[in-house]
Every structure is written in structure tokens, then in C-alpha cells.
Design a binder for this molecule. Structure first.
Ligand code: GLN
Length: 538
């Protein structure tokens, strides 16, 4: 069993998830089977009940676990499919312990945080570690917070058992205050002391900063953190997260980790990733403007791109592979959208919940449909497209989704039968239609042209679906049901064949796009947007 614990110090938002993913990628390149556990110190049982404005996107795994957005980074960087075993939250751990106690699983013991809660964490780590060569465990939050102490305590106990097979990498922040003009190491020294107080002695320090750590700064950190002279690395601010593995590779962080874990090191071929990174800064002749109409990207003065991170990454990856520069135009569904829409060469409506911003989104779809602007609707984006079609093509003026309007005469999007009781019982957590489902494609569709497969598997997260009562009527009016569940009961993809690219999917393709294998739907959407702008014939 080989474990790497990753912690963060000084400030939050250091990109621990990106560092963990980058380390994972390098170790995978060395032929190791790498996996992850993200430890989230909150009481929520999963990320599914959290507002994305607060916490970023909810990432869905194949087996339907609603994970923190770091799950998306792990999957994209090292090209694996995660499951519920790759994450834990404090709420989940306590829930298990309490359920065990109610089930008399502790032989009459007084059940306490130590050992029972701590041991539950340890047993989950050990279980996940059995399925891979190296398990990377990212401890959420920042060292010194009350909330995450129990995870360090679990690590301390594991370290006694595993000795050299357990490695701790501490990621810290080194500020360069303008008024001083020098990189300061004191916050790092103090965050290492906080680790030490918990019985954790880091083996490697990664210093996140605006600049590279120079020799003087490295020496200071080496002395105060008590690590090997070659165990301090830099993670310099960069314009793309995908360059972080390159930074680590150039500093031979992989060698240091493998040496410490007593695993073989050899030169690796990193050219595929290097080439991908080259595409990030290339000067492209062409550019496309893609409008994303959402409501989770505005938080006072801050733009919360994190709420849609997988959509954004999928777009970037597909733009680069299609040799085009991507501009994203963020359009708030509650603002007056029409002005900005005119600048868009392609329009996306991503997933969402509740009625806020719905009318603005419907207007945006109308604009895309009538002006032949490529449209990709993701989950809620497909449902909105159906409502727009109902109102403006089928003339069902009051059509809506049952989610937004319980009284509507025409609920063209209706609640899934198995969801009715769940909502009645206030059973909201982890109870949507979640995870991977098969969808059968119609051969005459853009979707089939994109995927080039009869059947696909995509990940879902929704409670509502297309209302089959309207299928024949809408089909007659020009809507194509391009993808159905194998029993044909559920509409998974709608298209409007008269339009150059009008695709709405009930699933979330953004969760499956990877840097070296862009998602076919996103790639074709970008291609259609290029064609719209430059007039190329498909
Ligand atoms: N709110 C919609 C539903 O529950 C769409 C969900 C989503 O976009 N992920 O069906």
C-alpha cells in the first residue's frame, strides 16, 4: 500500500486539487495505477445539496456519486473514471458510524470520535488503496482548521503502520507583498508548525507563488520544514491548469516522490501532454465566441466560473483541438440577454435548478433557434429548448416544466415517476436520476454523426424529463428525438434537423471530456460555431 497525503496551508484556493491531479498524471506516466480520495471536511453527505455558487460545480461519477468539483480535475488529468469510493465527507463518515452504532456493530462500546470516527476514515482509505498502486488522499480545507483535524489524525495513525509507504506533500502559499518586494516564507513555516502539532511531518513542500522559489527561499523552507534539501518545489501561477504537470515534471517532482516511496524511476515520454499544452498558447487565425447563459456565475462582484468548470474545460479542449481561439461570453439569465447574444457564434445553456432565470434562458434559445446559431443544451438546457419549442413552434403558449410551474396546462417537462414520492418525503439528498445510463442514437441525427456509435453512455443528474404526451405532436412539427433510453421510454436527446446544430441532451456530456480525448458533442458544437462565423460549409 502506497499513500500520498496532500494538505494545504496559509490560504485556501491554492489549487490542491490541480496539484494532486498533476502528481497523479506523472505517477501514472511511470506505469502506476493511481487513484484518489478527496476528504471533504463538511457535514453534507455529498456535494449534491450545495449551491454551486458556494462550492463550485457538482461533479457526477459513473456510479452516480455527487462529488466535489475536484473529481472532475482528477478524471480529466489522469483519464480515469472515479466512483463513490474516491471521496468521503465528514457527514458521510459520521452517518456510517451512527448507523453502525444503531446496528449494534460496535459490541456495546462507547462510540467516540477517537477511535471510531477516525477508524472509519482509515478503513475507507485502506479499502480504496487495495484497488491501486498509489492512492493520493487530498485533505480538503487548510491546516489549522478545526474541521479537518480528524483526517490528519487518521493519517498520523496510518503513518505509524506504513512508515516509508506513506508520504505527505504540503502545498503552501508564499506571498510577495508589494510594499516589501520579497517572497516571504514565514506563513509557510507557521503552517508546517501547525502540521507538526498534529504529528504530521511533511516530506515534500510545494510552494505556490507568483514567482519561482529561489535558492535562498528554498533553503529557508528546507530548514524550517525539516525536509530534504531537494524536497522543495515551486508551483508558479500559470495561465492554464494543464501546465502544472509540466512544471512538476521539469523540476523532477516525480523522481523525488518515487524515490521516497521506493518505487522505480525512469525517463518517461510526456510528449502527448506537452503537445496538448502547446495548443493552449498557440496564436490561432480563427476565434469563436461562445455564450453561456447561466445563473450560478454571479456572486456579487465575483464571477464564479467554478460553477460550470466542466463545461468550460470541455469547451476549451474542443476549441484547441479544432484549432480555434475560444472566447466565453458569460450571460446572466436574469439580465437582459438579447444584446450580448448577438455576439455569440454558439450558445450553451448548462444544467440548473429552480425557476430563477428561466424566462431569460427561453429567450436565448429562441434567439439561437431563429437565427441558426449553434445551440447545445445540457440537461436543463435541453428542457428549456423543449419549452421554447412548445411555446413558439407548437403554440402552447403556457408550456413550462413542472419543476417551475406546478399549475401549467402544458407540462412538457414532467417529473419522473420514481421522483414523486422522494419529493413528497423531502428526500432530496442523492436521490435524483444519477450516474451513467445507456442511450440509443437515431442514425439520422447530429448526435450519431458526432459519436459515430449506435449506443452511448452518459452521466445524468435530474428529476424531470420530457413528457411523452407531446412526442408525436412535436415530431410532426420538426423535432427529432435523436436519443432514447433502450426501452424507448425516456427522451435523452432532442434535435431540430432544420437547424445547422440544435442539440439538447438530458445528460451531462461535460463530465466525460478529457484533454487528450475531447468530447464529440462539444467538438462538433465548436465546429458548427466556427462554420456559423466563417461560413464554411459542413
Ligand atoms: N432541474 C432539472 C431537473 O431536475 C435539470 C437538472 C440539471 O440541469 N442537472 O430535471
Amino acid at each position: 500500500m502506497k499513500l500520498i497525503f496532500i494538505s494545504g496551508g496559509v490560504i485556501s484556493g491554492l489549487g490542491k486539487g490541480i496539484s494532486a491531479s498533476s502528481i497523479g498524471l506523472l505517477l501514472k506516466k511511470h506505469g502506476n495505477n493511481v487513484s484518489f480520495i478527496k476528504c471533504d471536511p463538511y457535514i453534507n453527505v455529498d456535494a449534491g445539496t450545495m449551491n454551486p455558487i458556494e462550492h463550485g460545480e457538482v461533479f457526477v461519477t459513473d456510479d452516480g456519486y455527487e462529488m466535489d468539483m475536484d473529481g472532475g480535475h482528477y478524471e480529466r488529468f489522469i483519464d480515469i473514471n472515479l466512483s463513490k469510493d474516491n471521496a468521503m465527507t465528514t457527514g458521510q463518515i459520521y452517518l456510517s458510524v451512527i448507523q453502525n452504532e444503531r446496528g449494534l456493530k460496535y459490541d456495546g462500546a462507547c462510540v467516540e470520535v477517537i477511535p471510531h470516527v477516525r477508524n472509519e476514515i482509515i478503513s475507507r482509505i485502506e479499502k480504496a488503496a487495495q484497488k491501486c498502486d498509489i492512492l493520493i488522499i487530498e485533505i480538503g480545507g487548510t491546516i489549522g482548521e478545526y474541521q479537518n483535524d480528524i483526517y490528519y489524525e487518521a493519517e498520523r495513525v496510518l503513518k505509524r503502520k506504513l512508515r516509508d509507504n506513506l508520504l505527505h506533500i504540503h502545498i503552501t502559499y508564499l506571498p510577495v507583498p508589494k510594499s516589501i518586494g520579497e517572497m516571504k516564507t514565514k506563513p509557510t513555516q507557521q503552517s508546517v508548525m501547525l502540521l507538526n502539532e498534529r504529528g504530521i511531518f511533511p516530506d515534500i513542500i510545494i510552494g505556490r507563488s507568483e514567482y519561482k522559489l529561489d535558492e535562498i527561499r528554498k533553503k529557508k523552507v528546507v530548514t524550517s520544514a525539516n525536509v530534504d534539501t531537494d524536497a522543495v518545489f515551486s508551483n508558479t501561477d500559470t495561465n492554464s491548469i494543464y501546465k502544472v504537470p509540466m512544471q512538476f515534471f521539469d523540476q523532477k517532482l516525480d523522481k523525488k516522490i518515487l524515490d521516497l516511496l521506493n518505487l522505480p524511476y525512469k525517463d518517461i515520454d510526456f510528449s502527448d501532454w506537452k503537445n496538448f499544452c502547446l495548443s493552449i498558447d498557440k496564436k490561432y487565425d480563427k476565434e469563436v465566441n461562445i455564450g453561456i447563459i447561466g445563473k450560478y456565475h454571479k456572486s456579487d462582484e465575483f464571477s464564479m466560473v467554478d460553477s460550470y468548470v466542466s463545461v468550460v474545460e470541455s469547451l476549451k479542449i474542443s476549441a484547441w483541438t479544432n484549432n480555434v481561439h475560444l472566447n466565453i461570453i458569460w450571460i446572466d439569465a436574469e439580465d437582459e440577454v438579447n444584446g450580448n447574444l448577438k455576439e455569440c457564434d454558439g450558445i450553451i445553456i448548462p444544467g440548473g435548478f429552480g425557476s430563477r432565470g428561466i424566462e431569460g434562458k427561453i429567450n436565448a434559445v429562441s434567439f439561437a433557434r431563429k437565427n441558426n446559431i449553434p445551440y447545445l443544451g445540457l440537461c436543463l438546457g435541453m428542457q428549456i429548448a423543449v419549452i421554447e419549442f412548445a411555446r413558439n413552434v407548437a403554440n402552447l403558449r403556457e408550456a413550462s416544466s413542472f419543476e417551475m410551474d406546478k399549475q401549467t396546462k402544458d407540462p412538457v417537462i414532467y417529473i419522473m415517476p420514481d421522483q414523486v414520492d422522494k419529493i413528497k418525503d423531502n428526500n432530496y439528498g442523492g436521490s435524483m436520476r444519477l450516474g451513467k445510463y445507456t442511450c440509443v442514437l437515431n442514425h439520422n441525427s447530429i448526435s450519431y454523426l458526432s459519436y459515430k456509435k449506435d449506443q452511448i453512455e452518459e452521466r445524468h443528474r435530474h428529476r424531470y424529463e420530457f413528457n411523452n404526451k407531446y412526442r408525436t405532436q412535436f415530431e410532426r412539427l420538426g423535432m427529432l428525438f435523436a436519443g432514447l433510453s433502450p426501452d424507448e421510454k425516456l427522451v435523452e436527446i432532442i434535435e431540430i434537423p432544420k437547424h445547422p446544430f440544435f442539440v439538447g441532451v438530458q445528460f451531462h456530456p461535460e463530465f466525460k471530456s478529457r484533454p487528450l480525448s475531447p468530447h464529440p458533442l462539444f467538438s462538433n458544437f465548436i465546429l458548427a460555431s466556427i462554420n456559423k462565423k466563417y461560413g464554411t460549409i459542413r
